[in-house]
Ligand binder design. Structure first.
Ligand SMILES: [Zn+2]
Length: 468
């Protein structure tokens, strides 16, 4: 039995782990490489095995760096089933349709402006290819072992990292061996998502190490968000929040509702203006039972369960905008409100129109709520740019610009350690994946020092024998 890391080995994107056992090939996760060009180019390189020789794919969650390569895999001849939880199935449909659209638009723009050395520039995959890949998805509920190949079962265990997220527990029936593929690990004691499920045993463990050398800043119970909203409202301004459409919008709505209920902020109109975020929000509401119990407590006492679910993530004056005219009306209005819109790094999407109107006015605040990668407009604004180029014009920045980096869906080093403490005996082998070299090496050293486990940090495309 061997494992080959086809991605997320000593880097944080492109998760793909190929398990080969008794002549069967199972791929756990099928993610896109993102970020630096040198990584993104890997999305165009051929896999070291033929796609049609892979029997089954197991998907831990719907983030693009875990599912975004699926359309390409199917286009290359993969013809098996893709097992995942029902929420992951629905979110993956939203995410992949959006990814295909962006890739088609990028290719079209490159051809129109002729800034490509490929002629013509092609999208990595088309919307039609994304749709075709989705027909392979096979939903399986949490905690239900399911045969995926002769003598091999998978069971999904809630990882608390995103709606539908899981660890894949793969059992080899002939030997009784348990392999636990941790996709990404969630956090303890946070609203919206449940704590990561504790696990007692695995023979082989794969665990992420994104924040393997860091501790997240302590939770301030919404105090900073409250002060930003209150002072902006006091000067009659708007708060524009560029937010990642998948998961982050729900966390923001949770906090705004909570601060309203505690009387810490004025009750303002809150607009969610992103078609993708609206679709994701509907999925979170429909599956509130899979979330942290605090989500269901948002409804007033005595409400029926069904009303409670539609009320989850409701602020007092929430409006989910769908049409462009509705969005335009909010852009043009100068009354105080909170606008949550994508993309999270202000690289595209409807948030650009809100920024174009809001940035020149000193009464307004732009609040970034997630990581801002190098080279993005979000990063420039966060770093204090005086102008930003939007829709062909230089827009002066007079608005207050703030950022909150504390919201992360990934466990930090202490939380990973807390989760590992649940094991009643050491795995025979622990592999650290999904981390850059520094955090990965720091976590490896910590696990070896504190727990005395055998830890490996596999290389990209390295194949290694798994202990029996
Ligand atoms: Zn993730």
């Amino acid at each position: 039995m061997t494992l080959t890391c086809l991605g997320a080995a000593r880097t944080v994107t492109g998760s793909k782990h190929l398990l080969e056992t008794n002549g069967h090939r199972i791929l756990v996760d099928c993610g896109l490489f993102q970020g630096l060009k040198e990584l993104r180019e890997r999305n165009w390189q051929a896999l070291p095995v033929r796609a049609e020789s892979i029997e089954t794919v197991v998907l831990t969650h719907a983030h693009l760096d875990h599912c975004g390569y699926l359309p390409r895999l199917v286009a290359q001849g993969f013809n098996g089933r893709i097992f995942c939880t029902p929420a992951t199935q629905n979110l993956a449909k939203i995410v992949l349709a959006d990814a295909a659209k962006l890739q088609e638009e990028d290719a079209e723009r490159a051809n129109r402006k002729r800034y490509t050395k490929h002629s013509p520039a092609l999208p990595l995959y088309t919307a039609a290819e994304a749709e075709r890949a989705m027909t392979h998805l096979q939903p399986v509920g949490y905690n239900r072992p399911m045969p995926i190949a002769p003598g091999v079962t998978v069971e999904f265990i809630n990882a608390g990292h995103l709606l539908g997220s899981s660890y894949a527990r793969i059992v080899i029936e002939s030997s009784g061996q348990v392999l636990l593929f941790g996709g990404d690990l969630g956090r303890f004691g946070r609203p919206v998502l449940p704590d990561p499920t504790m696990v007692e045993r695995a023979d082989v463990l794969l665990v992420e190490s994104t924040y393997g050398d860091r501790a997240h800043s302590p939770d301030d119970n919404g105090a900073r968000l409250a002060s930003i909203i209150t002072r902006t409202a006091a000067r009659g301004g708007k708060i524009i929040m560029p937010a990642f459409a998948l998961g982050r919008v729900e966390e923001l709505l949770y906090w705004i509702h909570d601060l309203e209920a505690r009387g810490q902020i004025p009750t303002l109109p809150v607009y969610v203006d992103s078609p993708m975020a609206a679709a994701v929000l509907a999925e979170y509401r429909a599956r509130a039972a899979e979330l942290d119990p605090t989500v269901n407590d948002q409804a007033p006492d005595g409400w029926r369960q069904k009303d409670r679910q539609t009320c989850a993530f409701c602020t007092a004056r929430l409006q989910v905008l769908s049409s462009i005219p509705e969005s335009r009306e909010v852009q043009e209005s100068s009354s105080s409100s909170i606008v949550i819109s994508s993309s999270g790094m202000a690289t595209g999407g409807r948030v650009l129109h809100h920024l174009e109107r809001a940035l020149p006015d000193a009464r307004n605040t732009v609040l970034f709520c997630g990581y801002q990668a190098e080279g993005t407009r979000g990063r420039q604004l966060k770093d204090g740019a005086k102008f930003t180029r939007l829709h062909g014009r230089d827009i002066p920045v007079a608005a207050e610009v703030q950022s909150m980096d504390a919201m992360s869906a990934h466990a930090d080093a202490n939380e990973i350690r807390r989760w590992l403490d649940g094991f009643t005996r050491p795995p025979k082998l622990t592999c650290l994946v999904h981390g850059d070299l520094g955090p990965m090496d720091a976590l490896k050293a910590r696990i070896e020092r504190e727990l005395h486990w055998t830890v490996k940090t596999p290389n990209h495309l390295e194949t290694f024998e798994l202990p029996t």
